[in-house]
Design a protein around this ligand. Structure first.
Ligand SMILES: NC(=O)c1ccc[n+]([C@@H]2O[C@H](COP(=O)([O-])OP(=O)(O)OC[C@H]3O[C@@H](n4cnc5c(N)ncnc54)[C@H](OP(=O)(O)O)[C@@H]3O)[C@@H](O)[C@H]2O)c1
Length: 286
């Protein structure tokens, strides 16, 4: 990965931290994004020197569209290109809360941030010649369809159903973006990391802290949970993989609902509107 510039959102904790660390160890120049400047700077200092590449922290709250736009502008100014984007930052919210843009937080952070960041850094990914987008989704996407009349949980919000919807949206976004970026220059794939012992369930009051700690006893460690993210971001084996879902570094089938093309197009249009990027990515064929 020498000379490759890799951005990992949520690279300050959990699965993202291990992903950033291992990409740094492989020699990449790594950009870590999170909200906590002190933590982010400590993480970059820890990772710097692991593989000879530079490690940079950029602070951004990805639930805010203006902060995503500033992040993309900063990346453009500082680096001019991006080889790998790992959309990893995500959260669960026990109570319905709104983002700075007035959008339900789970939908804003877990889904719309993936969309807006990918679209705003697209010129940088194109500038790299060959680039990869890796979207961290989840097996939690199964067993539901997107309720288009209630995407933001205005009626009957539940933190777990909202999370499941957001992870289904990750897959639908991955497949739709892959259809639109079909000229071979940029690959887009998604993955499930496994049930991983991180802080995700302990934050934002989705379940009582003790319950999450108990459940986490059955979970895998972040080192193992990050494997498929690292694989998709760096392995030559998947240089041509596009529009696919991976579990344990192998292609997997996602739910029938995630493969619903009409629903994915509908979600795309709604997402474009909510992010203020109409017509941002039209179909491109080789
Ligand atoms: N853990 C699991 O079992 C599991 C299973 C399936 C899928 N996943 C997926 O894996 C991804 C990572 O989850 P994790 O378990 O590693 O979570 P985590 O331990 O809670 O880490 C989340 C990371 O995202 C950052 N983050 C949170 N909110 C943010 C915001 N508004 N803006 C910018 N950064 C933000 C956090 O840093 P700051 O708080 O400092 O900003 C942290 O670095 C998520 O997409 C999740 O859905 C996890």
């Amino acid at each position: 990965m020498d000379g490759r510039i890799c951005l990992v959102t949520g690279g300050t904790g959990g699965i993202g931290l291990v992903t950033a660390r291992e990409l740094a160890r492989l020699g990449a120049d790594v950009v870590v994004v999170g909200r906590d400047r002190a933590l982010g700077e400590a993480v970059s200092a820890d990772l710097a020197g692991l593989g000879g590449g530079a490690v940079t922290f950029i602070r951004a709250d990805l639930s805010s569209q203006s902060e995503i736009r500033s992040l993309a502008a900063t990346l453009g100014d500082r680096f001019g290109r991006l080889d790998v984007l790992v959309n990893n930052a995500g959260a669960m919210f026990g109570k319905r809360t709104l983002s700075a843009d007035g959008i339900e937080m789970t939908f804003a952070l877990n889904h719309l941030a993936y969309v807006l960041l990918s679209v705003t850094v697209l010129p940088l990914l194109r500038a790299a010649g060959r680039a990869r987008i890796v979207n961290v989704a989840s097996e939690a996407h199964r067993g539901i369809a997107l309720p288009f009349d209630n995407l933001q949980g205005v009626r009957g919000y539940g933190g777990w159903p909202a999370y499941k919807r957001s992870k289904l949206a990750n897959l639908m976004f991955t497949y739709e973006l892959a259809r639109r970026l079909d000229d071979g220059a940029i690959t887009v794939n998604a993955l499930h990391p496994g049930f991983v012992a991180t802080e995700i369930g302990a934050r934002n009051k989705l379940v009582p802290n003790l319950l999450w700690r108990l459940a986490s006893l059955a979970a895998i460690r972040p080192d193992e949970g990050a494997r498929t993210s690292i694989y998709l971001a760096s392995s030559p084996e998947v240089a041509a993989a596009h529009g696919q879902y991976f579990i344990k570094c192998a292609p997997a089938e996602s739910s029938p609902q995630s493969l619903d093309r009409a629903a994915a197009e509908r979600l795309w249009t709604i997402s474009e509107e909510l992010c203020g990027i109409p017509g941002a990515v039209t179909h491109q064929h080789s």
